[in-house]
Structure formats: structure tokens, C-alpha cells
Design a protein around this ligand. Structure first.
Ligand code: UD1
Ligand code: MG
Length: 453
């Protein structure tokens, strides 16, 4: 790892008009995290701690996301969108402070890997003043083209300025550019806007470098790693690429995915060993799954911890703030929210358990509902270890049910149940012998007489 001082400048001020969205482009998510969040994370993983991000005016929402991940990142506002070189210069104050390596990244290129950043820096160490990152595009339309000669990078030509022959080039510009800190500002200041879009193109620094006797080079990456996201179709393509990476990672770490293509992970999902994930399972952010967990088909899980040997689903919904203890069982059509389920507890069918603590080995019968909300506030339900809640019970919170207690089926529990107590709170059963036969006899007689009563 080099000891050279490095700053990453992430451009995130573009209008993103092709997204046709009220949300800024760089806050659109893939695998549950914003595009700019992915880029900040990649930069950090590449060992770069000085980060400057260029954002659009009034974009406090973008700044908040960035500071959530990198509290020390500096945000600079580009007041007018005059192109990528102009955007980079918005961070002039940061770039000018004595860095050996200056990396410029685009927030709309979210699949970039840390190793590629390191390789780019390696090319600077070799003595290059400007290093571009190119890729062979299946469809080069819209990308800038790398114009090379015998392995030398001569210039990058934007599509709108390219001649027909240049448009035929399929070696495209990913956007990531590494600059020698000694010449970075000089090159950027020399960029003009005499082009088809009257923009200050960052890509022009390559041709300008030749005029200043600064050597240039390029690295190559796979298209799947450096594709740009400018519209929703590309957003979907990027999502597919990242999901494939995450599925592969889970499988290589020892999980079985019966139908990998139907399982959707978040960027931070952690899956243990010998976990089986059946088809059609979706993970939201912040899920940790232990070892030997079975996740049956059609589950939705977010912000939750599932401990070793637990079983979930099919058709379970695990909402934020839930913890499922070792060997616990959450069955079909069960919804959990902010629920702490003890080891070995069973909630096997058709329940809503929210704002609750369920003790170890408790058994929650089918159709049990925690009534946690009165329209204004949420209240807590506490169920002790080994308690048995009969089917179709309503537990009206705030409520505590002691360890080892029994609740009779169909109860509406509104008062505390002591440990080992039996609580039954439902209409008493009445019994009338022969009532059915006599009811039928009188009703048939009335019907014959044509009278309803
Ligand atoms: C850019 C490159 C092109 C490359 C492609 C790769 C230039 C001139 N063109 O084109 O060579 O093939 O990316 O995806 O660099 N931005 C600002 N302020 C601006 C303009 C852009 O912050 O005034 C930011 C955007 O938020 C985005 C990035 O810079 O993150 C790239 O801008 P975009 O408009 O998407 O450029 P492309 O047309 O994709
Ligand atoms: Mg783009």
C-alpha cells in the first residue's frame, strides 16, 4: 500500500435529468444503498480517507447521506452545472492542499471496486500524470471514447463531439480519472468549453496533458464494473450486476440458494454457513443471519438478526428491530416488528408480534396478535419464558405475561398474567341440550305458515 497522500473527489452534482425523478440521481439506490453511498464506501475500502464530494445547490439530502458514511468528507457546491471539469474545480480548495494522488470519481458509476482504484494509483506511481479507466462497451452509445495509439492514450472524445470514425471506437471512458496532484489544478484550469455541449469536460485533461509534456496512461476494467447509471434501465442493470455479486458471495461463504436469481440481498447482508435460502426471498438493509438457518420461500426480512439454527417462513415478514433467537421458529404468515424472540420460541402461524419480547421456549399459538397501537402511541408486550399463548388470542399492550403462564385460546388479555397462572378471557360457553332439534322444528313450522317470525 502506497503512503502517498491521496484525495478522492466524487462528482455528484449532475441534474440527472434522464432519471426523470424528483429524487437526485445519486440518491437512487442499488442493493438498498444510494449510488453515492456505494462510491464513498468503495473509496474508503481502497484506503482513501480524504474525500471531497461535489453536490448541487440546496442538496442537503445528498450531503446528509455522505456525512452518514464519511463524517469528515468535505462537500462543495457546484452552483451551475457546467460540466465535469467545472464540477471538479468546485473542490479546488481541497485539491490544492498538497496531495500526491487526486482521483476523480463519478457518483453515477456505483459498481467500481476498491482494487481498481488501487491499480489506478499504481499507474500514477509509475510516473503517469493522468490515468483514465477504460472499458470495452457492448453498446458505446453515450460514452466518451478513448483515442489511443500503440498503447498510448491521446485523448478522450465525447460522443457528441466525435467524428464517425471515432464513434466506431468501442473502448470507452468509465469516468474514473487519476491525476498527479502536482499538475491536477493546472490541467483542470486549462480546460475550455469549446465543444458540442459548451461544457467544461474533465476528459479534456488528457489532450491538454500532452501539450504540457505530462505523460498519460490508461487502465482497463470490465463493463459490469464501470457502467454509468443515467436512466432507470441502467439502474436496473446495475442492480442485477450487484445482486449477482452478492449471491455469489453468499454461496461462496457456504450458503445454499436453491434459486439464486430470485433472492435479493442488501449491500450489507451477512449470511452464515450452511444457511439454506429458498426461492423468492428479499433482504432489506442491516440483516445478519447466523449459521444453519433455514429461510423458506417468500420471506421479506429487514434490519433484523437471525441467530443460529432458527427457521423462518415460508411467507414470513420480519420488520426492523427484530431479533430471532437460536433455534426459534417463525412460521407462515407471521409478521414481526421490533420483536425480540427468545431461543427456541415458536410462532408458527398467522401472527402479528410487534414491540414485544418473547421469552425462550414460549409457544405463541396460531393467530395471536399483539395489540400494540392505540392510534397515538405504541406499547410493549412482554411474554415470559416457556409461556403458552393459546390460538387466536389478542394481547392488549402494555401487557406482561409471566414465565410459564397459560393463556386460553381466543382470549383478549388486558391485565397482567402472573407466572404459571392460567388466564382465560372470553365469553363463557353455555350448553342447551336438544336446542338444535327444537329450533329446527319451530322454524320449519313458521316457514310453512309463511311467517318470518
Ligand atoms: C461522462 C463522461 C464520459 C464517460 C461517462 C461514463 C465527461 C465530459 N463525460 O459522461 O466520457 O464515458 O461519464 O459514465 O466527463 N456532474 C456534476 N456536475 C456537472 C456535470 C456532471 O457533478 O456539471 C457529475 C454527475 O452527477 C455524474 C458525473 O458528474 O456523477 C458524470 O456526469 P454525467 O452527466 O452523467 O456525464 P456522462 O454524460 O455520463
Ligand atoms: Mg453519467
Amino acid at each position: 500500500m502506497t503512503t502517498r497522500k491521496c484525495i478522492a473527489v466524487i462528482l455528484a452534482a449532475g441534474e440527472g435529468t434522464r432519471m426523470k425523478s424528483h429524487t437526485p440521481k445519486v440518491l437512487h439506490k442499488i442493493a438498498g444503498r444510494s449510488m453515492v453511498g456505494h462510491v464513498v464506501d468503495t473509496v474508503q475500502k481502497a484506503g482513501i480517507s480524504s474525500i471531497a464530494v461535489v453536490i448541487g445547490p440546496g442538496r442537503d439530502d445528498v450531503a446528509a447521506v455522505i456525512h452518514g458514511l464519511a463524517p469528515d468528507a468535505q462537500c462543495f457546491v457546484q452552483t451551475e452545472r457546467l460540466g465535469t471539469a467545472h464540477a471538479t474545480l468546485a473542490a479546488r480548495a481541497a485539491i490544492g492542499t498538497d496531495y500526491e494522488d487526486v482521483l476523480v470519481l463519478f457518483a453515477d458509476t456505483p459498481l467500481l471496486e476498491p482494487a481498481t482504484i488501487k491499480a489506478m494509483r499504481g499507474r500514477l506511481v509509475e510516473g503517469n500524470g493522468v490515468v483514465a479507466l477504460g472499458f470495452e462497451a457492448k453498446n458505446p452509445n453515450g460514452y466518451g471514447r478513448l483515442l489511443t495509439q500503440g498503447g498510448d492514450l491521446l485523448a478522450i472524445r465525447e460522443q457528441k463531439d466525435a467524428s464517425e470514425a471515432e464513434r466506431a471506437v468501442t473502448l470507452c471512458n468509465s469516468g474514473l480519472l487519476a491525476l498527479d496532484g502536482k499538475v491536477a489544478l493546472k490541467l483542470l484550469d486549462a480546460v475550455g468549453n469549446n465543444n458540442a455541449q459548451s461544457e467544461f469536460y474533465l476528459t479534456d485533461v488528457v489532450a491538454l496533458a500532452h501539450g504540457l509534456d505530462v505523460s498519460t496512461g490508461y487502465e482497463l476494467a470490465e463493463e459490469s464494473e464501470v457502467m454509468g447509471v443515467n436512466d432507470r434501465t441502467q439502474l436496473a442493470t446495475a442492480e442485477a450486476v450487484i445482486q449477482d455479486r452478492l449471491r455469489r458471495k453468499a454461496m461462496l461463504n457456504g450458503a445454499t440458494l436453491t434459486d439464486p436469481g430470485s433472492v435479493f440481498f442488501a449491500h450489507d447482508t451477512i449470511i452464515g454457513r450452511d444457511v439454506v435460502i429458498e426461492p423468492q426471498v428479499v433482504f432489506g438493509p442491516n440483516v445478519v443471519v447466523g449459521d444453519r438457518v433455514n429461510i423458506h420461500a417468500f420471506c421479506h426480512i429487514e434490519d433484523a438478526t437471525i441467530e443460529n439454527d432458527a427457521a423462518i417462513g415460508p411467507f414470513a415478514r420480519i420488520r426492523p428491530g427484530s431479533n430471532i433467537g437460536e433455534g426459534a421458529k417463525i412460521g407462515n404468515f407471521v409478521e414481526l416488528k421490533k420483536a425480540d424472540i427468545g431461543a427456541g420460541a415458536k410462532i408458527s402461524h398467522l401472527s402479528y408480534i410487534g414491540d414485544a419480547v418473547v421469552g425462550a421456549d414460549a409457544n405463541i399459538g396460531a393467530g395471536t396478535i399483539t395489540c400494540n397501537y392505540d392510534g397515538f402511541f405504541k406499547y410493549k408486550t412482554i411474554i415470559g419464558e416457556g409461556a403458552f399463548i393459546g390460538a387466536n388470542s389478542s394481547l392488549v399492550a402494555p401487557i406482561t405475561i409471566g414465565a410459564g403462564a397459560y393463556v386460553g385460546s381466543g382470549s383478549v388479555i388486558t391485565k397482567e398474567v402472573a407466572p404459571d397462572q392460567l388466564a382465560v378471557a372470553r365469553g363463557k360457553q353455555i350448553a342447551k341440550d336438544g336446542w338444535g332439534a327444537s329450533f329446527r322444528q319451530t322454524s320449519e313450522a313458521k316457514k310453512k305458515a309463511g311467517k318470518p317470525s
